[in-house]
Design a protein around this ligand. Structure first.
Ligand code: ADP
Length: 495
């Protein structure tokens, strides 16, 4: 168990200027330019990261290509690769608290959640894919006797992984684990506002014995580093988690360059549906509150739309508001904090603007709605509940990515299904009911990649995670994630 004094010992630890990682070397940008890294906890300057250029990014892509072509990684015996990745997981574990605190200082997630969801889940994910390396077989096709069809699984080549700021280690590991386990080379581009723990994670991969050039990291702006990756003729696959707008640009860049595959996880507007027959409505209210307000709503699967059966609407919302009021928002490095900081001032302004628009369109501000703790110099917002939200309101249709819950009543199961499916998104959802048949019907009818039943959040690496509709395509986690990182090759023999 981590105690507060261990965290406090690390909270002001100086962070040296950061480096790019290219071809196994830590280096500055060729231009010498850097970006300031500002802490969302207090607005203070934490350190600098290199402002990666087109030239830096191309150097990283070439290093990754060379590493792939000369087979220094994919040519190793699977058991040897497994050993290196397990050693990496071990080093991450040995540095777990350092990584968690560094990440929180950089992105603002409450430490209780960060410990589990960041290094905690990243370690489990790297281990899961490491252990899979020597358990993945090719196939023999069921052909006629005079021929033989072998199906090989081959690494695809150079993977560009573009990562957001809400859970950099967890989402980074979801991409790096299977990409590297499959034998690919990677160029990793962290978010501008949450790169520090990922840089450290990559340094530890080198220490674990990952050969130079197999994992490269280029920090910098999306419109420079990201665009160079997406337009490259030498990147084979892009794996991305972030906004729909950027996802669209990636698809356009792919079409305009080498038609590289793009696997996109683009957020959601997930419906959490509460029926009157729910066994424990207090528990449903508490879990639903956590399902939208933890990490200040900066969770792609957050249950940001509450659909509640009209007969219990008023009581349930009152109970939920009680749960929201009890959430301790504040210092992300305090173990008792339940919702930390908003990652950056632009996001905070966006959250507050959504609250304004919601009211202007006819919604009622039922709870919260304000920026708080301004004296810290950091970016904090109250858990916010908007009721009387109609299906076509902006707050019912657009992802806020903040602690803002939109509440809409429904009359019956058919109405709940229709409302649940009434957005362009399809990432996640939740259903609360004590009727087993209804639960299964709802799982079938909700057009999303994940449906939680009588809970919200929490699945581990063993199950796939991905969206339908405009929430994206492809899956992170589970063995299904390998589908993005392997090519199938048929070998056809005449016997
Ligand atoms: P968010 O709203 O979560 O910041 P973004 O899509 O802007 O969503 O950012 C997610 C990641 O995508 C970040 O690493 C960011 O730098 C990167 N990114 C932003 N713009 C582009 C772009 N034009 N091309 C490629 N990557 C980009």
């Amino acid at each position: 168990m981590t105690d507060q004094s261990q965290i406090d010992a690390l909270r002001d630890k100086p962070i040296p200027p950061q480096n790019l990682l290219i071809d196994g070397e830590l280096c500055q940008s060729a231009s010498g330019a850097t970006d300031d890294v500002i802490s969302p906890l207090n607005g203070a300057l934490l350190t600098t990261t290199p402002a990666g250029t087109k030239e830096d990014t191309e150097r990283a892509i070439h290093a990754a290509r060379r590493a792939f072509d000369d087979k220094r990684w994919r040519g190793m015996p699977p058991a040897a690769r497994k050993k290196i990745m397990l050693r990496w997981a071990g080093l991450l574990e040995a540095n777990m608290l350092d990584l968690a605190v560094l990440g929180v200082r950089n992105n603002g997630t409450e430490i209780g959640m960060a410990l589990k969801a960041e290094p905690g889940s990243a370690i489990a994910t790297i281990r899961f894919y490491a252990e899979a390396i020597d358990k993945i077989y090719g196939e023999i096709a069921p052909t006629a006797g005079d021929v033989m069809g072998l199906i090989h699984k081959e690494a695809v080549g150079v993977v560009a992984a573009i990562i957001p700021w809400n859970f950099p280690l967890m989402i980074g590991a979801w991409k790096l684990g299977p990409a590297l386990a499959a034998g690919n080379s990677v160029v990793l581009k962290p978010s501008e506002t949450a790169s520090l723990s990922l840089i450290r994670m990559a340094e530890l991969a080198l220490e674990a014995g990952l050969p130079p050039g197999v994992l490269n990291v280029v920090t910098g702006e999306g419109k420079i580093v990201g665009e160079t990756l997406s337009h490259s003729m030498d990147v084979d696959v892009i794996v991305f988690t972030g906004s729909g707008a950027t996802g669209r640009r990636l698809l356009q860049a792919s079409a305009a360059s080498n038609m590289k595959r793009c696997y996109l996880e683009l957020g959601g507007k997930s419906a959490n549906v509460v029926f009157a027959d729910t066994k424990d409505l207090s528990e449903a209210a508490a879990v639903s509150a956590a399902g939208i307000f933890r990490n200040s709503g900066q969770v792609c699967v957050a249950g940001s739309r509450l659909l509640v059966e009209r007969s219990i609407h008023n009581d349930f919302v009152a109970e939920l508001a009680k749960a929201a009021a009890a959430i301790r928002v504040g210092d992300p490095l305090d173990l008792t904090t339940q919702a930390g900081a908003v990652n950056n001032p632009t996001q905070l302004a966006q959250n507050l603007a959504f609250v304004e628009t919601a009211q202007a369109e006819g919604g009622t501000l039922y709870h919260g709605g304000n920026q708080i703790l301004q004296d810290t110099g950091g970016y904090f917002m109250e858990p916010t509940i908007i009721t009387d939200v109609a299906e076509d309101h902006t707050v019912a249709q657009k992802e806020v990515f903040g602690p803002v819950l939109a509440v809409t009543p429904f009359e019956d199961e058919g109405g709940a299904i229709r409302l649940a499916n009434s957005t362009d998104y399809g990432l996640a959802g939740g259903v609360w009911t004590s009727d087993l048949s209804r639960a299964h019907r709802m799982v079938r009818e909700m057009r999303t990649g994940v449906v939680h039943v009588n809970t919200y959040g929490g699945p581990d690496v063993t199950v796939p995670m991905g969206g339908v509709k405009q929430s994206g395509n492809g899956h992170d986690k589970s063995l299904h994630a390998f589908e993005k990182y392997f090519d199938l090759k048929t070998a056809w023999f005449k016997l």
